[in-house]
Write a protein that binds this ligand. Sequence first.
Ligand code: ADP
Length: 615
Amino acid sequence: MNNREEIKKNIIKPMVYCFKTVAKVRPSLFVLYIIDMIMKFASTSLGLLMPKFILDEIVLIVKEGTDKHLNLVILYVIMHLGISGLMNLVNAYTLNIKSWMQVELDLELEVRLTSKSVSMSYEYTEDPKFLDKLQAARDGISWYSGGVVGMLNQYYNLISNIVVCLGVNILLIFTCPVLILIQAAGIAIEAYFNYRINSIELEAFSKLSTANRLFGYFFWDLSRPEHGKDIRLYESKKMMADKADEFVDGMCNIWSGTSKRTRRNQYGSNFFNTLKSVGSYLYVGVKALMGLYTIGNIQMLISACNQVYESVKTVAFSIQEIVKKGNYFNKYLDFLEIESDMKFGDKLLEGRNHTIEFKHVYFKYPRSEEYVLKDINITLNQGEHLSVVGLNGAGKTTFIKLLCRLYDVTEGEILLDGCNINLYSESEYRKLISVIFQDFQILAFSLRENIALTEIKNTDENRIVEVLKRTGLYEDAMSLKCGLDTNLTKQYDRQGTQLSGGQSQKVAICRALYKDAGVVILDEPTAALDPVAEYEIYRQFEDLVGGKTAVYISHRLSSCQFCDKIAVFSEGTIKEYGTHAELVKLENGIYAEMFMEQAKYYNDCGIGKENPVMA
Ligand code: ADP
């Protein structure tokens, strides 16, 4: 990348984005920065001139001893204190307002980041490179850049210090131009050292995004309650602690290597800074001894030197910070610009009756060489109930994921009413299907929100009650402390509750029913239910899903009897297809064998005796 492109990418692009965001979300922030700038210029002028006037008048009192000078000293001191006090008040006020505006803008960036990441193809959630980019984007808007306000502070520092520096330099040109040269030399050397420090930090940042993600996993994710059981029961505390130690060592190595390299440059910078101060004092001191300056002038010139030095240093530092923070911020902008590989069309669903057909579908997972599904051909007609069975790893869940379009097929096509599903708009296709995966998540929201998964104002309470009744969860729901408004975890709400596995699974079923989609998919929906509750769910299955098309995976083959068709997956393909009655009769059939195995188990346990379906 050449310089021009670099400036465009690391300076102009983040700046335009930050300005646009503030203009959209909180334009009054610009007014606060303008007030700050006026205050800064005024306080610098006051700080340089007032002490000079006061000192010169004090010298005149000593020399002449007149009341006139004493009155002037008192007047200057009162003016100085009064104006400084007023400025401090204004500064404190703007700082306070800025801090809550910062929270608001930070949240806006987070919302944009989260919306982007959840709108990306599902396959990205398993891609380590993508997850690193997401982490880098999140880090990029945290303390690394300070977010929009962090960036704006740097632009403000740059502009306000240029204004102050110009003003003070004009004063020095008329009073002591040599001092400008001394400051310029000192500042140039220090800028060089700062440049080196920034390069080292930037290099470390690129190594840290994976480390930061692992940090989150070790210190936050692993401490979540769902991991607590396994860690305790398998006594894996020591293993976790060792792994965390290993990780912390790796992280410390990165940091200590970085700080060793930055320290050397810091020493160089400090040395030249001291040299510059000594030079300035010597020059002004000699001039004063020659009787060329009053005490007030000496004070003003030394302050002016410091001011020039500080403001030029801040300008140089701000430019470097703008580039550095811009680099970090760009990780965020780069992430927002990632295009999802999954393309959708704009076709809409027509009518309520739909046929879905898999035609010679082959699939391998991204970054994987092996086909997980091979030559899948199956048609799902409106209202048909299909049961998908097979051993673990046979490809059942993958089949469902393709049906839900979480992934695109590698070869072949899936047709919806004769058209490739890729031609349909994303929202239309998502509307068609409601699915419960085995690893469904109960969110830290109320029961009502967990079922409706939409804003409270848009929920239909009657429908929530209806689906609760249909799944047999209504009584339990009504016995909760806050009814439908009970939070379903205790993590963020002391009044919250923790449902049993079976109850949670019913909530997930309620969620799918509430959505009222044309196709209902249940991936082992009853694994956490006891056999009686499971039997109840299947017995009512027709009622539950009504005339909808339904696909479900279950390991308990007794449930397949309620389905119109059964597809038996084995080694990534459909080996058997037919009704329960047809498949149990197949000689050496996979389904027949699995069914007999399970029936034997139920008979041995005596469950089948009370429950004919399981027999
Ligand atoms: P089933 O649901 O029948 O148990 P799956 O569809 O989950 O089987 O898995 C089929 C095969 O695909 C397995 O070999 C599994 O290891 C592999 N697989 C599943 N998910 C992924 C993934 N995200 N990336 C790579 N391979 C996967």
